[in-house]
Design a protein around this ligand. Structure first.
Ligand code: NAD
Ligand code: UDP
Length: 202
């Protein structure tokens, strides 16, 4: 890749299931990748094979605290994603979504960097229409045990849209639906792994 096209890219939650695949993909494209993770649910095994790569850097950090680095793009994936994990410390889950988004948006604003938020189909809550379209506002219980995740992700989306409207940031929001593949925990309680494990046990 031409030197001018090489981007310095921050991946928060880069040691997690999706983040580790994203780091691999960006390195394969020739980019310079900074992986930031506090290892709450991430695992060293997910990124061990990347540690010797000359364009891969790992930084243990919790995004609920400010982060001062120099990058061109940000992928904000940091957040526990399976119900067992996000309900284990619900206050930290909300802080990661909300304080984490504020810090990453502040970083993007200072740098003029494009920033992507990994949102979720959970913003539709217990949906009353199928399939869900982007225009659908959802049906979330704001006080239930899942609210720390659903409402945290809602608030993060609000912040992303307001940083775009108020500060002209270049943002992307991806509402990811259930994903599966290598490096998922078999027992992390998400629907696809539950089906597979139950089928294997029969
Ligand atoms: P994961 O739990 O494997 O990865 C999340 C990563 O974020 C972990 O490495 C964890 O240690 C890190 N992390 C958590 N809190 C942090 C903090 N405060 N500071 C720094 N790092 C922190 O989950 P995943 O499945 O890879 O999901 C990644 C993102 O995609 C999440 O934001 C999740 O909400 C979203 N998402 C995933 C799915 C899916 O099916 N996997 C569906 C919808 C949305
Ligand atoms: N921030 C950060 N890294 C930066 C710039 C800002 O972590 O490079 C954090 C900063 O600590 C602040 C947040 O991002 O709490 C929001 O920053 P912004 O400039 O949008 O808001 P302000 O600092 O004016 O409240």
């Amino acid at each position: 890749m031409h030197q001018a096209q090489v981007k310095r890219i921050l991946v928060t939650g880069g040691a997690g299931f999706l983040g580790s695949h994203l780091c691999e993909h960006l390195l394969a494209q020739g980019h310079d990748v900074l992986c930031v993770d506090n290892f709450y649910t991430g695992r060293k095994e997910n990124i061990a094979h990347l540690l010797g790569h000359p364009y891969f850097e790992l930084y243990r950090h919790d995004i609920t605290f400010p982060l001062y680095v120099e990058v061109d793009q940000i992928y904000n994936l940091a957040c526990p994603a399976s119900p067992v994990h996000y309900q284990n410390d619900p206050v930290q889950t909300t802080k990661t979504s909300v304080h984490g988004a504020i810090n990453m948006l502040g970083l993007a604003k200072r740098l003029g960097a494009t920033i992507l938020q990994a949102s979720t189909s959970e913003v539709y809550g217990d949906p009353q229409c199928h399939p869900q379209r982007e225009e659908y506002w959802g049906n979330v219980n704001p006080v239930g045990p899942r609210a720390c995740y659903d409402e945290g992700k809602h608030c993060a989306e609000t912040l992303f849209m307001d940083y775009r409207r108020q500060h002209g940031l270049r943002i992307r929001v991806a509402r990811i639906f259930n994903t599966y593949g290598p490096r998922m925990h078999p027992d992390d309680g998400r629907v696809v792994s539950n089906f597979i494990v139950q089928a294997l046990r029969r």
